[in-house]
Design a protein around this ligand. Structure first.
Ligand code: SF4
Ligand code: SF4
Length: 403
């Protein structure tokens, strides 16, 4: 056994796979390539070969793992409950530890360190936003030019961390709020809507100042030690809060898996609730109003809400309460190709999946789209064009109850 980190795939996890292949049709990279090595079963076979000492961790192993979007659609399809997302994070960490080349070191610096720094995120966002507005982003042949989604980056706003918001009247309770990295820098409208809806339901909302990025991007890119350090920092920052509200599906899914990353992680994980889950529950309990209406809206499910957290009904319930009729785009929930840093590492595959999703949305004839994850929102906006509006369901709900 050649694994080196404590987060490596375990024999028990790998043996849970019975090789049935039911996950193959659900896997976007298998559907695009038809190649077994680009399927969940093929990736598990490659991990097993390492675990059993039959092959080394080499560049080919790294490539096979890297092509995976970590969308976890295979988990939804799997009858054996194989924890594929965790296996893939462990395998990525192993590949990075075994082959510490310049790309690996660069990923670690960006996704493991810099992204948790608020000054870095503000400066980087400003730089990309200005390049985009000056037209430079469209002509560059590097990272920004090849990656359509990055052309839609807005300029940053001040962080929510360290602030608190009170409801009108006596609070019914207090919830903690994850400021995040990308959400704070690029998706302040979603943060504002979620905080205001929670205030409307009577909650005091606190964003602890010592929190950091959830670590999902670090974990997905194989920066395991940094992901563990970020999880530990958040465990300390959120002590004393019964509920931690997270408004990016990728972040809430990752934090619900903190038990694998750090001491005290399971305790924090049990207190994390996705904002979509929380607001839908408050609407269901009659703690928030329902607005009558019948405007159709296309619904795109983020993989980390639909597959990682098995939440399908909640965003639709919020949209109905905002006066919309949700129209299904893709009942199977195929990944839109955003997948965190995948837009940068595999721009062609990301583009192909982005275009498939854009065609599915265009086929509905609707120009208003709801999606509960920042990466998906950015990807959809990039491939749909300016006449389309893509928003988080809670942003739409907040606008509806205000009017
Ligand atoms: S996580 Fe997504 S891309 Fe990766 S193997 Fe599973 S279905 Fe395929
Ligand atoms: S569906 Fe599950 S058990 Fe079957 S091949 Fe895929 S991962 Fe293995």
């Amino acid at each position: 056994m050649a694994w080196v980190t404590e987060w490596a795939p375990t024999g028990d996890e790998l043996n849970a796979c019975i090789d049935c292949g039911l996950c193959l049709p659900a896997c976007p990279t298998f559907r695009l390539t038809g190649d077994e090595s680009a399927s969940p079963r093929g990736r598990i076979a490659a991990m097993r070969a390492i675990d059993r000492g039959l092959s080394p961790i080499d560049a080919r192993f790294g490539e096979i793992m890297d092509l995976c979007l970590q969308c976890r659609a295979c988990e939804t399809a799997c009858p054996s409950l194989v924890p594929f997302g965790r296996l893939m994070e462990g395998a990525r960490g192993e590949a990075a530890a075994a082959e510490p080349d310049t790309v690996t070191i660069g990923k670690r610096l960006v996704f493991g360190r810099a992204i948790g720094s608020r000054p870095f995120m503000a400066l980087a966002s400003l730089g990309i936003g200005l390049a985009q507005r000056s037209g430079l982003g469209r002509s560059m042949t590097g990272m920004i030019g090849k990656t359509a989604a990055l052309r839609t980056v807005p300029v940053p706003v001040p962080t929510t961390a360290g602030r608190e918001w009170l409801p009108d009247g006596n609070p019914v309770g207090t919830v903690a709020f994850l400021s995040g990295c990308v959400m704070d820098a690029w998706y302040s409208d979603t943060h504002v809507a979620v905080i205001q809806v929670l205030r409307t339901a009577g909650y005091r909302v606190v964003a602890p100042s010592r929190q950091t990025c959830c670590g999902a991007l670090a974990a997905h890119e194989g920066a395991s030690y940094d992901a563990a350090a970020m999880a530990a920092k958040n465990v300390a920052a959120f002590v004393g809060y019964d509920r931690i509200v997270v408004d990016s599906a990728g972040c809430s899914a990752h934090m619900k898996g903190y038990g694998h990353w750090t001491d005290g992680g399971s305790d924090l994980a049990a207190r994390v609730i996705d904002a979509t889950e929380f607001v839908a529950a408050l609407i269901g309990e009659g703690e928030l109003p329902v607005i009558e209406g019948n405007e159709p809206i296309a619904v795109q499910d983020p993989c980390h809400l639909r597959h990682a957290q098995r939440m399908v009904a909640e965003p639709r319930m919020i949209l109905r309460a905002a006066g919309y009729i949700p129209i299904e785009v893709d009942p199977e929930g195929m990944c839109c190709g955003a997948a965190g840093a995948y837009q940068l590492s595999h721009p062609e595959v990301s583009r192909e999946l982005g275009l498939i999703k854009a065609r599915e949305i265009a086929a509905t004839g609707l120009t208003q789209v709801a999606s509960a994850n920042p990466g998906c929102e950015m990807q959809l906006k990039a491939y749909l064009g300016d006449e389309y509006e893509v928003q988080h369901p809670i942003e739409l709900y907040w606008a509806a109850i205000q009017s």
